[in-house]
Write a protein that binds this ligand. Structure first.
Ligand SMILES: C[C@](O)(CO)[C@H](O)COP(=O)(O)OP(=O)(O)OC[C@H]1O[C@@H](n2ccc(N)nc2=O)[C@H](O)[C@@H]1O
Ligand SMILES: Nc1ncnc2c1ncn2[C@@H]1O[C@H](COP(=O)(O)OP(=O)(O)OP(=O)(O)O)[C@@H](O)[C@H]1O
Length: 299
């Protein structure tokens, strides 16, 4: 009998992925876009844990709770169960099953890779539970979605190719970051399509230093980069532009940009107090807003 998780198994955290910049550098024959991006992981996260002792002969199933559980399907299409199926197939032997519980705290379809982070958390959690130390999780992750490999690493990485080519990020100072989502679900394919239809040219990869010693020098470099998906996303959903203008109006905001394909935007601040004060201002608008220190929460 393969050993299984106790009911009080520690949860795997699925942290929000933030693209500090995102250049569209090319397009593959299959329609996927080649990117150059710098991904970091915010303190905000979903949590995934086994709800019961896993047993042989049972399937892995999913229950979802939390502020963004509503409307999210807990069936086989959920990225957590797709990850579980892919890992079980790679195991090449029967694996025990049971119910996983996902606490969904990140907005869905919001440019911060929530579903991808959940899939990566499932891979990490189940690879440990099923005693599969030799499986190449990043390679398996790439079959589940472009953002899943970086979410397996869950540390700052340069992302290239369609997201599967990962390299170390420049050394960074601690970042006080605010995430704001105005409550619109944005489908990633529609934004890539809008980018293509806008006739925008491919952009070269960014030139990055080996290290940023303070947030000012990081912001300086970010000013020479872009999120190429920001303008097409704003064209589809003008509210994203309003959120960015609002964020940039604050005296304490050092930098603001959209993450991924949107609609979540991030702001950088001199310290956590300033980020938290802005979070309160954004919540008063009715938006989802969370402040935290980048790098402090990933586990
Ligand atoms: C925008 C980013 O979040 C930046 O990190 C990712 O590139 C998107 O990652 P993701 O949501 O995991 O993407 P996937 O689920 O693999 O793909 C969703 C859709 O986005 C488009 N897509 C995605 C990634 C990529 N490099 N090029 C694309 O054109 C494709 O239309 C694809 O059908
Ligand atoms: N566990 C999950 N959490 C969120 N979405 C999921 C999950 N499983 C499947 N999905 C589906 O995946 C789609 C994308 O969700 P996700 O929250 O990952 O988007 P995103 O934040 O825009 O991702 P990215 O930044 O990678 O483009 C949603 O439309 C949703 O229906």
């Amino acid at each position: 009998m393969i050993s299984t998780a106790p009911p009080d198994h520690a949860p795997a955290h699925a942290h929000a992925k933030i693209n500090l910049f995102l250049h569209v550098t090319g397009r593959r024959a299959d329609g996927y876009h080649e990117l150059d991006s710098l991904a970091v992981f915010a303190a905000s996260h979903d949590s995934l844990r086994p709800e019961e002792r896993f047993a042989e002969g049972r399937a892995v199933t999913l229950a979802i709770e939390g502020p963004f559980a509503e409307g999210l399907d807990a069936g086989g299409d959920n990225l957590v169960l797709r990850a579980a199926s892919a890992l079980a197939a790679a195991a090449g032997r029967p694996v025990p099953g049971g119910r996983l519980r996902l606490t969904k705290s990140l907005p869905v379809a919001s440019g911060i890779g929530g579903g991808s982070a959940d899939a990566a958390a499932a891979l990490r959690l189940l690879a440990a539970l099923w005693h599969l130390p030799d499986i190449d999780l990043p390679a398996l992750a790439a079959t589940l979605g472009a953002d899943v490999p970086v979410c397996v690493a869950q540390e700052a990485r340069r992302m290239q190719g369609v997201g599967e080519i990962l390299s170390p990020a420049p050394r960074m100072p601690p970042l006080a970051m605010l995430l704001v989502n105005p409550g619109i679900a944005v489908p990633t394919p529609a934004v890539f399509r809008a980018w293509k239809e806008s006739g925008a040219a491919f952009r070269p990869a960014a030139t990055l230093p080996r290290a940023w010693n303070d947030v000012e020098s990081l912001v300086d470099t970010l000013g020479s980069t872009s999120n190429d998906l920001e303008l097409p996303a704003i064209a589809l959903y003008p509210l994203i532009g309003e959120v960015l203008n609002d964020l940039r109006q604050a005296r304490t905001c050092l930098f603001a940009r959209m993450s991924g394909s949107g609609a979540t935007c991030f702001g950088l601040y001199p310290d956590l107090d300033a980020a938290e004060s802005e979070a309160r201002r954004m919540r008063a608008r009715g938006y989802w807003a969370e402040a935290g220190q980048v790098g402090s929460g990933a586990d």
